[in-house]
Ligand binder design. Sequence first.
Ligand SMILES: N[C@@H](CCC(=O)N[C@@H](CS)C(=O)NCC(=O)O)C(=O)O
Length: 232
Amino acid sequence: MPEPIDLYYWPTPNGWKIAIILEESGLPYNIVPVDITAGDQYKEDFLKISPNNKMPAIVDPEGPDGERISLFESGAILIYLAEKTGRFLPAPARERYTVLQWLMFQMGHVGPMLGQAHHFRKYAPEEIPYAIDRYTNEAARLYGVMDRRLAGSEYFAGAEYTIADIAIYPWLVSHEDQGQRMEDYPNLARWYEQVGSRPAVRRALEVGQDLKKPIEDLDEAGRERLFGRTRR
Ligand SMILES: N[C@@H](CCC(=O)N[C@@H](CS)C(=O)NCC(=O)O)C(=O)O
């Protein structure tokens, strides 16, 4: 049995990605909570692992050379765990690049833009119509791109479920908060249902739910730590 991986985690879409691949692959892991509402992401020991002060991050005592390895950025962690387990990232070059292409699409667009849509629609202290329109429109454009891709493909990278699906799914869980209706995107809705009914995905979305504090309940200091101008 391999040694457990430490998953530095808070129950958010980027955290869920790694919980999903760990649940799918059956690798043993420990949760190390990083309460991003309490400022844990700025603690010195965490910054040594994740210098951009974001979770998720992992520490695997058994890296590729048998030595301890730490990694931040969920896309890199997904690639690492897929290569470690030999699952969810096919080896043949053409298939592999197709997966990486959709994974990068998630990292560069789906995560950042849907995150902004959610933020300006739900958490911004004042209503800014320009920002709400800009990011809601961008969210709709991205949902359209995904819907068209899934019209001709069972999963994002083809016939197989891969780390591209694992990366994208968690970001669509809050589609209503991004101003989107799943019924407007029938191919995406079919995929969303299919991926969301996988037992490992359902288990992963429950990981650390007991830790979660609704952002609406944060006090002024907590909001400042998460969204404010003085963040370092
Ligand atoms: N590109 C990063 C984004 C990670 C990220 O944005 N994490 C957020 C929570 S979803 C976080 O840790 N926020 C804390 C902060 O910004 O201080 C990844 O995919 O790992």
